[in-house]
Design a protein around this ligand. Structure first.
Ligand code: KIV
Ligand code: ZN
Length: 513
């Protein structure tokens, strides 16, 4: 019988640590529902002790998701662990994931603790967590750069205290596949009680090897849990990408011989939801979920694929959800069809009034755009803040004038709280003029770090433009996303959405802090 490989998704925790990727409770809930449909085994829903917002998000996910185990991260201290347990109370199956750094560098410079202090804290924290739940995971942060003798001692002790999963992160993405695989193998051979825990890999992508390292941890090291994120979202170069490891294990079952619970046909929907929620655009040549991943552009390839698919295709596009990329609704679609599609997309709008509100916007979009795709519906809900937190800044109307040889001019009406403002400005282009007009009233003092435009659905110029704006202010980085068939309007919405996030002042403690 083949071994089972556990897929532990940390998009909502480690992925969210990516600057600008922070999500609201509703956004997290929506993604968690999609992860449940994807049938990941464990959803790391957040870091409950880091902020009230994260606590509420973990609690809401624990109450809503039934099929996957819900996990919260906690530093190795009683307060964090108790807070995680409290947030997880409503879960069908829950896990507390506690961690402490074990490398000399992190212990000395970051924690300012001795080896013995770290050893004791790890042991006592796992003991405390085990009194609150039967499913405890322990992570040795910066494990891969830790002294192997010390790491063996810590791991043996925490397994004795009842940790059932042992995770060895390559926190800084320093590992090389063969070396990382052998490191896990050595630990499993040297820790006397290693067979009493499931071993897990957690790799960052700084050298572009997170997926390869994770697979080596499984194949050489014998790990049976992979920690990963949708689209490889995560700080710096990101985490191990879920879609890539899952499809590697499935496509090369002949080599890995492992079974997965994941329903791969939900991968594309998950990828799009995460990218549209966070504004982290998926590169076109990204494996599995990139727009070109299954596009056979060259004539030779097309000819081959038409004659026999497997000449150039090692996976079928429909197996990862590409066939779901179909027209779902149009101008004549009624409210019931719209409501049903929202449900299928896991978008839970609280009240009939909210559904009506979203339906009016849908009709407005359908008047301007013939074919409405799933991505359009997700964007519509995201963009208008339907079902999410109250908006402080909101676009009311925009007009702009640009003509060859003339300096573009924009006139923007938007509300701040309950008060409507009208602002005008010139600019280098219509987008620049729009942003200048908004800033002439708001004076946010924010620095623009990124501006990008993307077509939501590929194929024609009728697509909505999706704009991502990244702003930095007072040490915080936020992403705003806006969508509209008119990219200047989309830009204004994205800019105001970023200002809303800065205004919401969500503060949280960093896991690595
Ligand atoms: O990368 C890391 O070490 C982590 C731990 C907190 C598990 O994310
Ligand atoms: Zn990590």
């Amino acid at each position: 019988m083949a071994d089972q490989l556990i897929i532990f998704d940390t998009t909502l925790r480690d992925g969210e640590q990516s600057p600008g990727a922070s999500m609201t409770k509703d956004e997290k809930l929506r993604i968690a529902r999609q992860l449940e449909r994807l049938r990941v085994d464990v959803i790391e829903a957040g870091f409950a002790a880091s902020s009230n917002g994260d606590f509420e998000a973990v609690k809401a996910i624990a109450g809503a998701v039934r099929e996957s185990t819900i996990c919260s991260l906690a530093r190795a201290n009683d307060r964090d662990i108790a807070r995680a347990a409290e947030a997880l109370q409503g879960a069908e199956r829950s896990r507390i994931h506690t961690f402490i750094a074990t490398s000399e560098l992190h212990m000395e410079k970051k924690l300012r603790m001795t080896r013995e202090q770290v050893f004791e804290q790890a042991r006592l924290s796992v003991r405390f967590a085990r009194n609150l739940t039967g499913d405890v995971e322990f992570s040795a942060e910066d494990g891969y750069r830790s002294d192997v003798d010390f790491l063996c001692r810590v791991v043996e002790a925490v397994i004795r205290e009842g940790a059932r999963t042992i995770n060895i992160p390559d926190t800084v993405g320093y590992a090389i596949p063969e070396l990382y695989g052998n490191f896990i193998k050595t630990l499993r051979e040297r820790v006397p009680n290693s067979d009493q825990a499931i071993w897990s890999v957690h790799c960052h992508n700084d050298l572009g090897m997170a997926v390869a390292n994770s697979l080596a941890g499984v194949q050489i090291g014998g790990a049976r849990q992979i920690e990963c994120t949708i689209n490889g979202l995560g700080e710096r170069a990101g985490n191990c990408s879920l879609e890539e490891v899952v499809m590697a294990i499935k496509t090369r079952r002949d080599y890995f011989g492992l079974d997965l619970n994941v329903d791969a046909s939900q991968i594309l929907a998950a990828s799009r939801l995460v990218s549209q929620t966070t504004g982290f655009v998926v590169q076109p040549n990204k494996a599995v979920v990139g727009a070109n991943a299954f596009a056979h552009a060259s004539g030779i390839h097309q000819d081959g694929v038409l004659k026999a698919r497997d000449t150039y295709e090692i996976m079928r596009a429909e197996d990862v959800g590409w066939s779901a990329n179909k027209i779902v609704l149009g101008k004549l679609s009624g409210r019931n069809a719209f409501k049903q599609r929202l449900q299928e997309l896991g978008i839970a709008l609280e009240s009939e009034a909210e559904i009506n509100h979203a339906f009016v916007r849908f009709k407005d979009l359908a008047d301007r755009k013939n074919e409405i795709f799933d991505e359009d519906i997700i964007a519509l809900v995201m963009d208008e803040g339907v079902g999410s937190e109250q908006e402080h800044y909101r676009l009311v109307a925009l007009s702009q004038r640009s003509e060859t040889g003339e300096r573009p001019h924009a006139s923007v009406v938007f509300s701040i709280g309950q008060v409507e403002h009208h602002a005008e400005s010139d600019g280098n282009g219509p987008v620049d003029a729009t942003v200048r007009a908004i800033e002439s009233t708001v004076n946010s003092g924010a620095e623009l770090l990124l501006y990008s435009v993307n077509a939501i659905t590929s194929g024609n110029t009728e697509s909505q433009g999706e704009v991502t704006v990244r702003l930095q202010h007072a040490g915080r980085v936020v992403n705003g996303i806006g969508a509209d068939p008119d990219i200047v309007v989309a830009s204004a919405k994205a800019y105001l959405s970023a200002l809303n996030k800065l205004h919401s002042k969500i503060e949280r403690v960093s896991a690595q802090g």
